[in-house]
Design a protein around this ligand. Sequence first.
Ligand SMILES: CCCCCCCCCCCCCCCC(=O)SCCNC(=O)CCNC(=O)[C@H](O)C(C)(C)COP(=O)(O)OP(=O)(O)OC[C@H]1O[C@@H](n2cnc3c(N)ncnc32)[C@H](O)[C@@H]1OP(=O)(O)O
Length: 205
Amino acid sequence: MTDEQHEGGFRTDMAISVDKGGPRYGEFVESARLFMDRVRAAMPTEELVDDLIDELATINAKLEAVAIDEWNSPSGTRIDLPARGNITLPPYLVNRADATGVDATLRFTRFHLGGNNAAHGGYIGTAFDDLLGMTGALATGKVTRTAYLTVNYRSITPLYTDLSVTTQVTKVDGRKIFVAAQMRDGDRLCAEADGLFIALNPGQP
Ligand SMILES: CCCCCCCCCCCCCCCC(=O)SCCNC(=O)CCNC(=O)[C@H](O)C(C)(C)COP(=O)(O)OP(=O)(O)OC[C@H]1O[C@@H](n2cnc3c(N)ncnc32)[C@H](O)[C@@H]1OP(=O)(O)O
């Protein structure tokens, strides 16, 4: 897909894929996630920091050599991988997805730490935004964009725990898709959200 073909600010066809980046792309993304966790948890010596800067310069140069535009990258389009292979998103697995809503399992790790072993509220909002955007897309067959998203934090959201996220379409009114979501640790409600997503018109920036 070229820049001209994507018709506006978001993909019109979502450009989903299962093979870009090859069979070990998922392992690569998980290694990058583990690296982010390790950085967050590290108390390195000065010498180790020197070493790591050099090693990372080599890795970053290799990745710079294969950089590609957002419309064609595997990140965000690999629907066979957690969070579509997008390291920006907290890793979730979709268990069910249809026009009425989505059920997913999500696990926050050290990278997503807010404080006192609990997840950062911004990452909870990020997870809701993406899964509700997916809900809007599946409800309409179109790309949708967040108009508003309200998050209520009801109880502490733990790290290293399988959390369930459930989303529902509550109302569709033309281009407006009203949605809701809940994040639970077992039976305990950790956070809930409601939002409005707007189906983009063709060519809309
Ligand atoms: C199983 C695997 C499948 C995989 C399948 C792939 C799935 C792949 C998923 C990807 C998931 C990514 C999910 C990321 C989602 C973002 O994060 S998007 C980024 C964050 N959001 C933004 O940047 C949005 C910025 N705002 C805008 O661009 C524009 O304001 C909007 C939201 C597009 C609306 O503008 P517009 O299209 O010109 O529409 P406009 O005429 O203003 O409003 C339309 C209607 O909505 C109402 N409205 C608009 N905004 C509001 C508001 N804030 N409050 C109340 N009403 C509002 C208007 O009043 C109007 O109502 P009516 O008069 O029709 O009754």
